[in-house]
Design a protein around this ligand. Structure first.
Ligand code: FPP
Length: 251
């Protein structure tokens, strides 16, 4: 059976016409999930990758246009060398093992963040990431965006710097800069703004994630820890989204 099998559960009552186009997820709680089991934090990250696989598959089955997940922030380098090493190992393993399948399923992978600014010693990860982007860039299915060595403030400053360069060279006039042009310099250029932001594990912070793109995102938090966030939990979140009344500043 294909890993990306269709969803045949009868109890799910999602309105396929009213799904968010772009879902973003802060996958929080791996460490606590492991500690509650008396296991090291890295065990939680491994379980987190399994949960991620299921959520990607389900997003694809539902026909969601873009899924952005926060895998590693520019601040996560502050964690212990052991934990960073384990996360980088999982990342390499993921891109090595899953790429064929994702490509077959027509998934387009983008990395949001500074790949080339990753610390020395991660060259294999860097080339695996570039290979995944290149190999899938013509795909037209789910847009899977993995935020890695990513910070929202850094992304905004980078966009401002690029526009300043273009203005200084005379390519554009400062008066021409508008929201659309600014968005075109972000890592998410060409993708819709985030409609729905999910954070697991009960925390109520944005943690420097997609600061520009979340301007009108509906926010959802759940106490479920990321490794336990399965298709049912995702459907429950999407049902909550469908009950929201989005006004975009109007009445
Ligand atoms: C937050 O939980 C999770 C992370 C910082 C890492 C998320 C990464 C993965 C799920 C796997 C790696 C991704 C790929 C694409 C292979 P936490 O460690 O902050 O948990 P805590 O708040 O309970 O301590």
């Amino acid at each position: 059976m294909a890993i990306f099998g269709k969803d045949d559960r009868e109890h799910v009552r999602l309105d396929r016409e009213k799904l968010p186009r772009h879902v973003a997820i802060i996958m929080d709680g791996n460490g606590r999930w492991a500690q509650r089991r008396g296991m090291p934090r890295t065990f939680g990250h491994k379980a987190g990758v399994e949960a991620l696989r299921e959520i990607i598959r389900h997003s694809d089955d539902l026909g969601i246009e873009a899924l952005t997940i926060y895998a590693f922030s520019s601040e996560n380098w502050k964690r212990s060398a052991e934990e960073v090493g384990a996360l980088m190992g999982l990342l390499l393993e993921y891109f090595t093992k899953e790429l064929d399948e994702l490509h077959r399923e027509n998934v387009r992978i983008r990395i949001l963040g500074d790949i080339d600014g990753m610390p020395k010693g991660l060259e294999r990860q860097q080339s695996a990431l570039h290979a995944a982007i290149d190999r899938t860039q013509g795909n037209t299915g789910l847009n899977l965006n993995i935020a890695l060595n990513y910070g929202g403030q850094q992304e905004i400053v980078r966009a401002a710097r690029q526009l300043a360069r273009r203005a200084a060279s005379g390519e554009i006039a400062p008066e021409e800069i508008d929201q659309a042009m600014f968005a075109g310099e972000l890592y998410t250029a060409g993708l819709p703004e985030v409609d729905f932001l999910i954070r697991t594990s009960g925390e109520m912070r944005l943690s420097n994630f997609l600061l520009y793109q979340c301007a009108y995102a509906e926010f959802y938090q759940t106490d479920v820890l990321w490794p336990d966030f399965d298709r049912d939990a995702y459907d429950e979140a999407l049902l909550a989204y469908q009950r929201r009344n989005r006004r975009f500043g109007g009445v």
